[in-house]
Structure formats: C-alpha cells, structure tokens
Design a binder for this molecule. Structure first.
Ligand code: NAD
Length: 467
C-alpha cells in the first residue's frame, strides 16, 4: 500500500504499481506513491470530463468561492506541506514555506478574477457579444522545481474558467501534487481534479489523448516540442512555459555591492533551479573584477546543507539526472573559465554542489549558452552596449532578462531591445498573479497569469444577434 494515492473521481485510488520518492539531501526513499498506467490515465481523463459537464454550468461566483476555500486549506496546512516539499524537492525550508504562501496568494488573487461578457457592437442592426466558454479537460503538466506553485499557476485558473483537470507532477516530486489534489477533492465536486503519476513515460499518451482539450505545460524546451507534436493530432490548445537562459546587463554606474546581492539572490534561489533565474551576467569591464569578487564572497558565505535544517541557505539539486548534468557544466566551467568561488561537489550522500561563480567565460562556452539550471553563475565581460545587446539576443531563449543601472531612461531603452517576454530593471525574478508572464522565442507559447492567462483556458464564443 503506497503512502500516497492517485486521485480519480474525487477518491484516493491505488496505482498499477508503486514508485519511491527520494529525499535529494540523503538519497533515501521517504515515501511511496501510486503510479499510473494508460488505463488509469483514461480513467482520470474520463473523470475530469464527466465532472466538467456540470461544473461548466455553475456560476463563476461559485467557482471563485471554491478557489478561496482551496487557498484557506493551504494556509491551514502550510507548515506540514512545506516540510514535505523540502523533503521531496530539496529546497531550504524557508523557501518551501514561502512557496506554500505564494501558492495561497496566487489562488486568492485568481479567486477575484472574472470572465465578463464583452459587447463589441450593439446598434440598430445587431448585438454582438463575446463569451468565454470552458474548453473541457485540461492536462496540467508540472516540472520538479516548484511542484506546488506551478500546479497552482494552472489548476485554479482552469477550474475558474469551468474546466476539469488532470494534474501530472514530475516523477521526482509527486507528493505535493497528491496533497494539492487531495485538498481539491475535499472541496470540489468529485472528479474535477485528478492525478497521473509516471516515471516520464505517460506524457506523450496524456498529451495525445483525444479526451484532453488543452495542455498547459511547464518544463524544458525539448519536452515542450514533443508536447506540441503529440498535441497536433487533435489540435489541442497549448500553453508552453519552457526553459530560459536569462541574461543580465550590468552597466558601470551601479552600486556593485548592492547589485551583487540582488543578482546573487536571483541566481541561486532554489539552487539555481528556476526557469527565470539569472543565468548569465554581462558585466561592464570597468566593474567586472569588483563584481566577481563581491559575488564570490556571497557564494563563500552561503550555508549549504539539508533543507530541513533551518540554517540552510542552499539545498541539494532535486535529482540525480540534474546533478550529473550540472557536474558536467562545472567541468566545462573549470576548463573554459576561472572558478572564483565554489565549484565543490561535497563527498557523501545528497546531490550537493556548492554555489559557484565562474569568471572569464565567453559567449559560445557551454556554461554561457546552455541553461545550466543549477548553482553556477557565469560572468561575461562587455564594453559596448550595442555589442552586448546582440550577444544577449543571439540565443533561442527569451524568457526573462534584466538591466541594472542608475540611469533609468537608459536602462529602459536597453530593456526594450532585449528579446525576452519579461525584462526587469534593477531587479530580477519578480512576478505576480496580476502580471502576464510568457516566454519569447523558444522559451514558450502563450501566457500565464492575469486576464490573458485566464483567457488561455477558454474558447471564444460569439453570439451575433440580428435586430
Ligand atoms: P521536463 O521537460 O523534463 O519535465 C517537465 C514535465 O514534463 C514532467 O512532469 C515530465 O514528467 C513531463 N514529461 C516528460 N516527457 C514528456 C512528454 N513526452 N510529454 C509530456 N510531458 C512529458 O522538465 P524538468 O526537468 O522537470 O524541469 C526543468 C525545465 O523546466 C527547465 O528547462 C526549466 O527552465 C523549465 N521550467 C520552465 C518554467 C517556465 O515557466 N517557463 C518554469 C519552471 C521550469
């Protein structure tokens, strides 16, 4: 009997098999969870489809009230969920507590949103109204870096728009997803939120399934392309939030110490496993050396350890595959640049790598051009703005970016030339439920959050009445 079940038709259900969930700080299994097969995927989709038919008829005020109840339930269980999140994901307990609180805040904001009918023409000849109808069943596919928060980017807005959901967490972080589904099952009509747990083997089946109307996917660009291909057969609606390699351009007029602290936080949160983390810093040559030193001292002062220890500031990577990948980036950094802090892979158990600052690297180096998704920050030197703009824009990524300067007009002028869905000025990694979020180029398709994000879970229906 697994510790955690699947959720189908509002009930906990055994899997076709069982999977172990590891604690990345110890590499020991800490829970078992039910695993799906194709038949259980079919059941999850059928359950969402059946429940959605009634749900679509409920007034939006009822759906808003339900979201508020989900937020209340998360609030009541913050401490318990935060501990489980750290145990399965690895992040420091303070970050987990914040993730549960952010999830609650996002859902509370979503509960205030509406889908009003828009009248686009009303005259002597006709009245034309634009309605927003639900799509049906939405598959919500989640990565392992923010297993709770990213589920809450998708499921609540899908529900608010009148859809049913199938939630598929990542194989290494399924427990918080199961708890979220349990909370939903306690509050919602049976069957509206169902789960699929897999070992990276059921994604194609789920995203190709004729019973699914839309896929809302967050994950890597590579997998996003596969989702798009398998969704093509039935022309499913898609929102793809994919990988990023966010650049920062740091002008010579900044306060180096203050800027370094903000940049460091934006690069190393969640051990660098953040789609919008600052992943390559282009620093003006006149302050380059000072910036490298400042960041190195922040890295050296960081406490690395098990996230359950309240003193820990940087936990392990989430899983072995990512750990091996980041060790490869570290080897590349050592070869092509100069490691001025960190670069250690502590012996013993757990997927730990110390926070690493690498200087004297160049465009074209793997550590600069690829998404490292780990605790390594490369610093690249520049001297001319036009040249650096071309360099930051040359990659296929376009998720976030930032400009750092005391000259706000100049910073804005530069920001507007960066090819990214979000560009920050003097900050990085700031987002909210009222701010539309989406990637440019191969960092994604579509938008999450805000009214634009809610619309993505709907189908326009025009009612055109002749007079
Ligand atoms: P991943 O693409 O490997 O997996 C994401 C999810 O997709 C998992 O649930 C996985 O099981 C599932 N999946 C695997 N194969 C599938 C398939 N063929 N069809 C459908 N689903 C499939 O990504 P990951 O390693 O879990 O997460 C890290 C990546 O996610 C990074 O590239 C990161 O930048 C990106 N990310 C993006 C955002 C964003 O909002 N843009 C947010 C967080 C993470």
């Amino acid at each position: 009997m697994s510790d955690y079940k699947l959720w189908i038709s509002g009930k906990p259900v055994d899997g076709a098999a069982e999977m172990s969930v590891l604690n990345p700080a110890t590499e020991e299994p800490f829970a078992t969870i039910a695993r799906s097969d194709k038949t259980l995927v079919d059941e999850a989709i059928a359950s969402a489809g059946a429940a959605q038919k009634m749900w679509a008829k409920t007034p939006i005020t009822e759906r808003q009230a339900v979201l508020t109840k989900i937020a209340d339930a998360l609030n009541a269980r913050n401490e318990e969920i935060a501990r489980i999140l750290t145990t399965e994901q690895g992040k420091p307990i303070m970050e987990s507590t914040a993730e549960v609180a952010y999830t609650e805040a996002f859902i509370r904001y979503f509960a205030t949103m509406d889908l009003a009918v828009e009248v686009v023409q009303d005259d002597a000849t006709k009245r034309v109204e634009v309605h927003r109808r639900p799509l049906g069943v939405v598959a919500c596919i989640i990565p392992w870096n923010f297993p709770l928060l990213i589920a809450a980017f998708k499921v609540p807005l899908a529900l608010l728009a009148g859809n049913g959901c199938v939630l598929k967490p990542a194989p290494t972080t399924p427990v918080t997803g199961a708890i979220f589904a349990e909370i939903c099952a306690d509050i919602l009509p049976a069957g509206l939120v169902n789960t699929v747990n897999d070992e990276n083997d059921l994604g194609a089946y789920l995203t190709g399934h004729p019973g699914v109307a839309k896929v809302s996917f967050t994950g890597s660009t590579e997998t996003g392309k596969k989702v798009m291909a398998s969704a093509a057969g039935t022309l499913k609606r898609l929102t793809l939030e994919l990988g990023g390699n966010d650049p920062a351009i740091v002008l010579p007029d900044v306060d180096v110490k203050e800027t370094a602290a903000k940049m460091y936080a934006a690069a190393f949160m969640n051990c660098g496993q953040v789609c919008l983390a600052l992943k390559r810093a282009y620093v003006h040559e006149s302050i380059y050396h000072e910036m490298c030193e400042e960041l190195a001292s922040l890295a050296n002062a960081t406490i690395v350890g098990d996230g359950l220890d309240p003193k820990t500031q940087l936990g392990p990577l989430n899983n072995k595959m990512q750990y091996e990948k980041v060790k490869g980036f570290l080897a590349n950094a050592r070869q092509v640049g100069q490691i001025v802090a960190g670069g250690d892979v502590p012996e013993g158990r757990g997927y730990f790598i110390t926070p690493t600052i690498v200087c004297d690297v160049r465009d074209g180096d793997e550590i600069v051009d690829l998404e490292q998704f780990g605790p390594i920050m490369p610093l690249i030197k520049f001297s001319c703005i036009d040249d650096v703009l071309a360099r930051v824009n040359r990659l296929n990524f376009g998720l976030g970016a930032s400009v750092w300067s005391n000259d706000l007009d100049k910073a804005k002028e530069i920001a507007m030339q960066m090819e990214s869905g979000t560009v920050w000025i003097n900050t990085h990694l700031d987002f909210g439920p009222n701010i539309p979020f989406g990637g440019a180029k191969q960092s994604g398709i579509g938008v999450e959050f805000a009214q634009e994000g809610l619309y993505e879970f709907t189908q326009i229906q025009v009612i055109n009445q002749a007079k």
